[in-house]
Design a protein around this ligand. Structure first.
Ligand code: MLT
Length: 270
């Protein structure tokens, strides 16, 4: 049951706003607002980054292009080279973009150079804002809590950026994930845009049959034709990891909100 109370205008502006952008290219709008950005790509980039870090990878370095990833790998041949184009592993890469490949044995203690069709682009496009967090269904509640903590401390808005398909088309599973993130935020402490509210309503409608709903979407059906049905099932799990990847100096690493992280940022600002 959805409950939003009536507020005065003053109360509304005091709370962090929660906006939603519908595709990777719109990450720039969130950057312009200076918001704390949560990049969402359920199938599969962000789910894979979350899984890799949860399974002990030292860091994931997103790149926009395959060539950039290859160039970087030449400089750092010990790093793992991973990603996809058209859903499949490019020639010469160590791993593709299936989160199931990123087991502790395969990636524990390693750095990963990672390029995907839309997810890594959305992350790199967001780099000019101070906070870029990585969200998936797998870590929705953890990323929501972290974003709220940051937004309240630093008086920022929160932007949910859906990576979408090929960086430009709306993706149902990303929208539903945004809805779950919204649901994890206390409604009396944030000011939801209508798009963010819409994502929450959509999530409420499908919470009892999330995997079945995601399966109906274009990307899950596409992955199924490629033999990646299990990936969609894995990525449809809700709140199984506490890890919150943050994009810092070109690498996504686990965020530690209790460390100097947040304080350092505040100090630099003043
Ligand atoms: C992307 O970033 O476009 C996706 O992760 C594509 C995929 O599922 O491989």
């Amino acid at each position: 049951m959805l409950f939003l109370e009536t507020l005065t205008t003053e109360e509304m502006v005091m709370r962090p706003s929660v906006s939603l952008e519908f595709s990777a290219k719109d990450a720039l709008k969130a950057v312009k607002r200076g918001d704390a950005v949560i990049v969402i790509d359920v199938l599969r980039c962000c789910s894979t980054i979350v899984t890799a870090l949860a399974n002990g990878a030292q860091g994931v370095i997103p790149t926009k292009t395959v060539n950039e990833a290859r160039r970087l790998h030449k400089k750092h041949p010990k790093f793992i080279l991973a990603g996809e184009r058209g859903g499949i592993k490019p020639r010469g890469f160590d791993l593709g973009n299936s989160p199931l490949e990123f087991s502790p044995q395969a990636i524990g203690g390693k750095r990963i150079i990672f390029t995907t069709t839309s997810g890594t682009k959305a992350i790199v496009l967001s780099q000019k804002t101070r906070w870029v967090l990585i969200g998936a269904l797998l870590n929705a509640e953890a990323v929501a809590k972290a974003a709220l903590k940051i937004a309240e401390k630093e008086r920022l808005g929160i932007s949910l950026v859906l990576s979408g398909r090929e960086g430009k088309h709306f993706s149902l599973e990303d929208f539903l994930c945004a809805g779950l993130i919204v649901e994890s935020l206390p409604t009396d402490r944030v000011e939801l845009s209508d798009a963010a509210l819409g994502s929450w309503l959509a999530y409420q409608q499908s919470r009892g049959s999330l995997y079945e709903t995601i399966q109906k979407g274009y990307h899950a059906r596409y992955l199924k034709t490629m033999g990646f049905e299990e990936d969609a099932r894995f990525c449809s799990q809700v709140n199984v990891f506490d890890i919150v990847p943050v994009y810092r100096n070109g690498t996504t690493i686990p965020l530690d909100l209790n460390s100097r992280d947040l304080k350092e940022r505040k100090a630099r600002k003043s």
